[in-house]
Design a protein around this ligand. Structure first.
Ligand SMILES: O=C(O)[C@H](O)[C@@H](O)[C@H](O)[C@H](O)COP(=O)(O)O
Length: 242
């Protein structure tokens, strides 16, 4: 494990922060996000935070919910959304409302990606216009990764993946359909996410470490979309714990 971590630190140009356990990672990550948001608020009176769904970030959401930040000056949105009702078990908006927009963080300004359209393809323009109204570039983006190398909802083999990965795509979001995951999705584009002041890839478990190692090796970006972030000169840090 130590050798693997040393190899990855070299591959990631020392942008790998590894911790002995998820609790230590969560505390450090919540602290770092708080610092960046507080700095942005001091500089420009507001801050934007883009979050991913999944199971990994739930402890982080819970810790941030109780953190003393001027949340009324923080604008939060999602890196992606399953195109389901916000009260559906699969909804990332539901996850954010349930675990983050509580306690002190209940004062934050949240913009969801799901709108009234039945299909993500029909809702794409409205979603893009809505995200376009948020303060930009984003200050902090927190990404997860699946063991297929997807991030946000930029899945290998998905429809329109090339558009989603196109660094010059002028749009913030696109409707995309994974081949091997449930639900039509709305995903922020690589072009929109990569402009952020701070990009965090939040991973837990040896399976994700092994996937990260594979993603750091040669191979097409389309095979493992997280490679678009790893191979660009971006302010990206990987936070990992067992
Ligand atoms: O909507 C989603 O599912 C997420 O945005 C997705 O990109 C997630 O970050 C990864 O699938 C990792 O999920 P886990 O944290 O559950 O492994």
């Amino acid at each position: 494990m130590k050798t693997q971590l040393n190899q990855l630190e070299a591959l990631l140009n020392n942008k790998l922060a590894n911790f002995d356990n998820a609790e230590q990672l969560t505390t450090a990550l919540a602290t770092d996000i708080t610092k960046q948001l507080t700095k942005s608020i001091a500089e420009k009176g507001l801050a934007t935070l883009v979050l991913s769904g999944g199971r990994t970030p739930i402890p982080l959401f819970k810790q941030l919910a109780n953190t003393d930040i001027e949340w009324e000056k923080v604008y939060i949105t999602l890196a992606d959304e399953r195109w389901v009702s916000p009260d559906d078990e699969a909804s990332n908006e539901r996850l954010i409302r349930q675990h983050l927009l509580q306690h002190q963080a209940s004062k934050a300004n949240f913009t969801g990606l799901k709108n009234h359209h039945d299909l993500a393809t029909a809702g794409e323009t409205e979603c893009n216009n809505l995200i376009g109204k948020l303060p930009y570039p984003f200050d902090v983006v927190v990404l997860g990764m699946g063991n297929d190398g997807h991030t946000a909802s930029l899945f290998p083999e998905s429809t329109r993946l090339a558009e989603g990965l196109d660094p010059s795509n002028p749009n913030h979001c696109l409707a995309i359909t994974p081949m091997h995951a449930l639900h039509e999705r709305m995903s922020l584009t690589f072009a929109s996410l990569k402009q952020a002041k701070q990009i965090i890839l939040h991973l837990c478990g040896t399976d994700k470490l092994n996937t990260l190692q594979t993603a750091c090796e040669d191979g097409p970006i389309e095979d493992m979309p997280i490679r678009a972030f790893l191979r660009s000169q971006l302010p990206l840090t990987v936070y990992w714990s067992p």
